[in-house]
Write a protein that binds this ligand. Structure first.
Ligand code: NAD
Length: 327
């Protein structure tokens, strides 16, 4: 299949593109490289530097490449920043997604896989979170993505768009060649490993007075390769069903780990001390986010290969130690 991948030079997109080309698909990565890395794009894929907000360029690439499917990863991703600069998120995540959707429709592309997020749920009503639970984001990042999910629902109903919305919990870990390289880094595991590597003095724990076992926030971590395999399953499911299809899935392991537990795990894996300092809570952080992913397991046969936190942290640590990027 010919697949157009926005944001494919980023952390998750890069791993998905590697799996796509390994499975024999043709991929064009479309990325403005604001947070992406050209060496995250495998040499078997083509990289086009462009912005999803640039309608003319999108149309040019769609006309030339004639994709059969689109995967949309490009977004601004830091929830904390979204509470300081919401307009950036509504522009990049919501308005630009609409531009991409219009391009998809005008070029008669039938299938889309969208990077959604656990942030849609806000403070969950029950744990584990199910796809049918209330959607009530408590940060502008989550809202910017929820608006896209709502648009997708209407485009499905009105235009027959087939789409999968994959609600990732915390993506983590690394493959042999690709790992997390956000700048600035806001995700817990890479920050902890920067401390272990001597690149930071300590890791901040934002709040230790949450209603959790040790008072720190609890999250569900899913390995980036397992996320990627879910994208290929979703793509295949959409493509193989002739009728307009709507798939909405959580992607997590169903186990929650507190910030302190993740730090402890990293201390075991790295053998380093990893100092931690408790700071004030951040706005927009729910206490617990843990996924129920039975739906995608049952319907598409998704089976994570790295369900354990220690495996995930170890893969990220080994990647850092190899100091290797790209293929
Ligand atoms: N990392 C996580 O834990 C996580 C969790 C839930 C959802 N997500 C979603 O997954 C997707 C990928 O996340 P990631 O961690 O790989 O982030 P990332 O920042 O590594 O990748 C995003 C990529 O999109 C590109 N990009 C951003 N805006 C663009 C634009 N307007 N035009 C073209 N390219 C643009 C960036 O340059 C970058 O390469 C995002 O949509 C994010 O919201 C990530």
């Amino acid at each position: 299949m010919k697949v157009f991948v926005s944001g494919g030079a980023g952390y998750i997109g890069g791993v998905v593109v590697s799996q796509l080309v390994a499975a024999g698909h043709e991929a064009v990565v479309y990325d403005n490289l604001r947070n992406g890395h050209p060496d995250s794009v495998p040499s078997a894929a083509r990289l086009v530097v462009g912005d999803v907000g640039d309608r003319a360029k999108l149309c040019e690439i769609f006309a030339e490449f004639q994709p059969e499917a689109v995967m949309h990863f490009a977004a601004s991703i830091e929830a904390g920043e979204s509470m300081r600069d919401p307009a950036k998120f509504f522009r990049n995540n919501t308005a630009n997604a609409l531009t991409l959707l219009e391009t998809i429709l005008s070029h008669k592309v039938r299938c889309l896989v969208f990077s959604s997020t656990a942030a849609l749920y806000g403070d969950p009503v029950s744990i584990p979170i199910r796809e049918s639970d209330r959607l009530l984001p408590i940060n502008a990042y989550g809202e910017s993505k929820l608006l896209v999910e709502r648009m997708l629902g209407w485009f499905h109903r009105i235009h027959g768009l087939s789409y999968a919305s994959l609600r990732y919990f915390n993506a983590a870990g690394a493959t042999e060649n690709l790992g997390e390289r956000h700048d600035p880094e806001s995700h817990l595991i890479p920050i902890i490993l920067q401390v272990a590597s001597g690149l930071r003095e300590y890791v901040s724990i934002f709040g230790d007075d949450y209603d959790t076992l040790d008072g720190t926030c609890v999250r569900d971590y899913v390995h980036v390769s397992d996320l990627a395999s879910a994208h290929l399953l979703a793509l295949h499911a959409l493509h193989s069903r002739p009728e307009p299809t709507q798939l909405i899935y959580n992607l997590g392991n169903g186990h929650g780990f507190s910030v302190r537990e993740v730090i402890e795990c990293a201390r075991r894996v790295t053998g380093r001390a990893i100092p931690a300092v408790v700071e004030a809570r951040r706005t927009g952080d729910p206490a617990i986010l843990v996924a129920g992913s039975e739906k995608i397991r049952a319907e598409l046969g998704w089976t994570p290969q790295y369900p354990g936190l220690e495996q995930i942290v170890r893969s990220a640590w080994e990647y850092i130690q190899r100091g290797k990027q790209g293929d």
